[in-house]
Design a protein around this ligand. Structure first.
Ligand code: XMP
Length: 509
């Protein structure tokens, strides 16, 4: 195992990701993790990340000198490199010229860290301070035009530092450098595979939970599903999963989730499905403002969940499917404790449980999917497109009613079916039908209609922060349109949303 000590830099997730890509298990911890704890955890190596601070600021985030005396290899990156230099007696100063972006790097190819690395390549820099003087026993092993110590090491003590960011793709030799550290210098065996994650996680959950009771909110989304199955494998009967059907799910979704996780499914979970449709529709009656709708749905979800928790009683742990990108507090010494983040559609963050268990806390989305497959969760659940917590509530413009939910569910089911039939489901990131609040005149048979317009939305995106409308073939759109106006009562027009994000968002509300 490699421990990444997080000093709050923006690329820290990437470091963990690159280590994992070398099939080495790695955990990210706040830089305040004590040396005693590290000794106890016995990692094969430690990586100090970048961070926004400056070592000579008052109350600067620094690590303990003892960390470098454990005999465990350490690699400092950017601020991590400066911290190492500062703590070991070198000198860090404001660089006369700051470096940002792609920079030419020269390295000593004889250094262990740069084994098989090209002597000259491009690296990614992002710093205003630099190492002005190295600690005594260190050797300079890399430089750029404006950074004389872009890399240094004390090979005898296995201490290494680089000013640039090997974890960023723009650093051409970055992956090789990190592999050299993790595999050659730390001696990790590259054996970490999803099987071992699943096994060790189940074992650790067992130890942690003991004989306690766990409650888990299950939405049917990939994260909460994988978390629930892991927990169930760990503690079986001690786990209860609560699935709240708020009446704003996609067509047949409630039954599909129940079929997999309910009593007749393969997992034998204590599964409680709460059919709260009417309750949500009642609360949403007459409400048209998007934020108000979101708040009502979120709050009602919490109330239902709390009521169920009370009925079960004496629950010690709350299980959650929080994944690594959801973990925003890991750095800067904030301990990630009970009132941590939640990612399941509006769970309370003031929950009254002894502790929260988050078995996926260290995983990225694609790793969660891999774990899901290993656990035998069906592919259609594992590769589900994202679905927002407030569900169809934010895909129905204006007031939500049961009849509008029916229309949007039916139209959406047709759209998804035809997209899949045409083989576009694997090419687009998210797609759905929404119900606009617009009614317009049409003619059907010999009669006039005055019905709703459905909006189709399909986007391509990698991070969901920006997105482009998918160029779906016109024949496909036409087929979907024909089917929707023919099969969905109350709809007489279909529109395709061609707007990017920005300026639009992916969801309509
Ligand atoms: P927007 O509409 O903001 O959506 O462009 C970006 C991504 O986030 C999803 N989304 C949500 N997910 N709860 C969620 O769990 C929400 O309230 C929520 N709102 C938007 C959206 O589906 C898209 O993938």
């Amino acid at each position: 195992m490699i421990i990444v000590l997080d000093f709050g830099g923006q690329y820290n997730q990437l470091i963990a990701r690159r280590v994992r890509e070398s099939n080495v298990y790695c955990e990210v911890h706040p830089y305040t993790l004590s040396v005693d704890k590290i000794r106890e955890m016995a990692p094969k190596g430690i990586i100090l990340t970048g961070g926004p601070n400056s070592v000579f600021e008052e109350n600067a985030a620094l690590c303990d000198k003892e960390l470098f005396e454990l005999g465990i290899p350490v690699l400092g990156i950017c601020y991590g490199a400066q911290t190492m230099a500062h703590v070991l007696g070198g000198k860090v100063a404001t660089a006369p010229v700051s470096e940002y972006g792609k920079t030419t790097l020269d390295v000593d190819t004889k250094a262990k860290l740069f084994k098989e690395v090209r002597g000259t390549s491009i690296c990614w820099m992002s710093h205003t301070d630099y190492i002005a003087e190295m600690p005594d026993s260190f050797k300079n092993i890399a430089r750029t035009e404006n950074c004389p110590v872009a890399g240094m090491c004390d090979e005898e003590k296995n201490l290494y530092a680089v000013q640039f960011h090997p974890e960023v793709v723009h650093t051409e030799e970055g992956t090789k450098i990190l592999r050299n550290f993790v595999l050659d210098i730390c001696g990790c065996k590259a054996e970490w595979k999803m099987e071992s994650f699943v096994e060790t996680t189940i074992e650790n959950l067992r130890k942690k939970i003991g004989k306690g009771r766990v409650l888990c909110a299950l939405s049917g989304g990939v994260d909460s599903s994988v978390a629930a199955v892991l927990l169930s494998k760990a503690v079986g009967e001690q786990l209860t999963c609560v699935f709240v059907d708020h009446g704003l799910l996609r067509k047949n979704e409630g039954d599909e989730v129940e079929a997999v996780f309910g009593p007749s499914g393969p997992y034998k979970l204590n599964f409680i499905r709460v059919n709260a449709q009417e309750r949500f529709y009642e609360k949403l009656k007459g409400v048209t403002e998007p934020e108000k709708k979101r708040k009502i749905i979120g709050e009602e979800f919490i109330r239902v969940f709390e009521e169920e928790a009370k009925k079960i009683g004496a629950v010690d742990f709350l299980g959650q499917g929080t994944i690594y990108p959801d973990v925003i507090e890991s750095g800067l010494g904030k301990s990630a404790t009970i009132k941590s983040h939640h990612n399941v559609g509006g769970l309370p963050d003031y929950v009254d449980f002894k502790e929260i268990v988050e078995p996926l806390r260290m995983l990225f989305k694609d790793e969660v999917r891999a774990a899901g497959l290993k656990l035998g969760i069906p592919e259609h659940l594992v590769f589900r497109q994202p679905f927002p917590g407030p569900g169809l509530g934010i895909r129905i413009i204006g007031e939500v009613t049961a009849d509008k939910v029916r229309m949007v569910q039916d139209a959406d089911a047709i759209f998804r079916e035809e997209v899949a039939r045409a083989g576009w489901n694997t090419k687009i990131s998210q797609y759905y039908a929404a119900l606009t609040n617009m009614r317009s005149v049409g003619v059907m048979g010999d009669g006039r209609t005055y019905d709703y317009a459905v909006a189709l939305r399909a986007v391509i995106t990698s991070d969901f922060m920006t997105a482009e409308a998918a160029p779906l073939p016109f024949e496909l759109l036409q087929k979907v349109t024909d089917r929707i106006v023919n099969e969905v009562k109350g709809v007489n027009r279909v529109l395709y949303d061609c707007t990017s994000k920005p300026p639009a968002t992916i969801e309509l509300e």
